[in-house]
Design a protein around this ligand. Structure first.
Ligand SMILES: NC(=O)c1ccc[n+]([C@@H]2O[C@H](COP(=O)([O-])OP(=O)(O)OC[C@H]3O[C@@H](n4cnc5c(N)ncnc54)[C@H](OP(=O)(O)O)[C@@H]3O)[C@@H](O)[C@H]2O)c1
Length: 263
């Protein structure tokens, strides 16, 4: 079955104004999918919408929205209701690196909301319609940081563990209903993430992937597994941590991350 037959005709991508979300939009456009793109920066969304529409001959609708605003997921669902959505990518998110006790409490609340509450509510809101259609896909963007506790990115790593577990669990619950769920685990990937997350660039020199290769790899993994880690180096290092006592794996991760935030 063609990708757009199984997951089309429309896909909804959050956080589509930059980084991974913009790359997902382009990869899906190449596959002939029509797109609903959302983020806060309207100008960015309009630029991407115009480019993808003229380059790929698809329909693109931009929905400028702050997903941390009250009832934002309901507002998004209302705007998306008239489109036949077969694929949802819950991608919008941000991180923060530094000593937990120095994290701004308001930003912390926003991060937990955007990284955890929003994707969970999106799953609860959009999956019933996919279940009715008997087909479709749902991707949640977790992180390699969700596989092991991350001192100096303590709360961010915990939000990504939530995403990873949510995605893997839903993949099992929806297996047999024609719906593929994938928790995507990028490692360090070029985007605006690091600047916003107080991380020194470049992080993990040499394994800084492109958003385009991440998006292609994730889309190709949909329907094949419940979660996917991008890149051999990431898969290998996470495999090693699985064989270590949790405390030691956390200590090593903390050692690596302690040098990567701006003080
Ligand atoms: N880059 C990495 O190294 C990396 C690694 C692992 C996991 N991830 C995950 O990948 C996902 C995408 O991150 P990225 O690297 O592409 O970061 P990015 O370049 O900073 O993009 C983040 C996107 O989220 C949107 N966004 C942020 N706050 C929002 C809000 N309140 N409401 C609606 N949209 C909002 C941003 O758009 P506006 O500012 O226009 O709203 C932007 O489109 C995140 O979940 C992140 O945790 C990234």
């Amino acid at each position: 079955m063609e990708f757009s037959e199984k997951y089309g005709p429309w896909a909804l991508v959050t956080g589509a104004s930059a980084g991974l979300g913009a790359a997902f939009a382009e990869s899906l456009a190449k596959r002939g999918m029509h797109l609903l793109l959302t983020a806060r920066r309207e100008n960015r969304l309009d630029d991407i919408t115009n480019r993808l529409t003229s380059q790929y001959g698809i329909d693109v609708v931009s929905i400028p929205l702050d997903l941390c605003a009250p009832a934002a997921v309901e507002a998004l669902a209302n705007k998306a209701a008239k489109y036949e959505i077969g694929l949802v990518i819950a991608n919008a998110g941000f991180g923060w690196a530094g000593p937990f006790l120095q994290q701004d409490p308001e930003r912390l609340k926003e991060m937990v909301k955007l990284n955890c509450e929003v994707p969970a509510l999106m799953a609860r809101t959009f999956l019933p319609e996919l279940e009715n259609q008997g087909r479709g896909g749902f991707m949640i963007i977790a992180s390699t940081a969700g596989h092991v506790a991350t001192p100096w990115m303590a709360a961010y790593g915990a939000t990504k563990a939530f995403d990873l577990h949510l995605g893997e669990a839903l993949a099992i619950e929806l297996k047999g209903k024609g719906i593929d769920v994938l928790a995507v685990c990028p490692g360090s990937t070029k985007s605006e993430f690091h600047e916003l997350a107080n991380i020194k660039a470049p992080v993990f020199r040499g394994i800084h992937a492109t958003a385009e290769s991440l998006a292609e790899g994730a889309i190709n993994s949909l329907g094949r597994k419940p979660s996917w880690i991008h890149g051999f180096a990431n898969r290998f290092s996470l495999l090693i941590t699985k064989y270590l006592p949790r405390k030691l794996a956390t200590w090593i991760t903390g050692k690596a991350l302690s040098k990567h935030y701006r003080s």
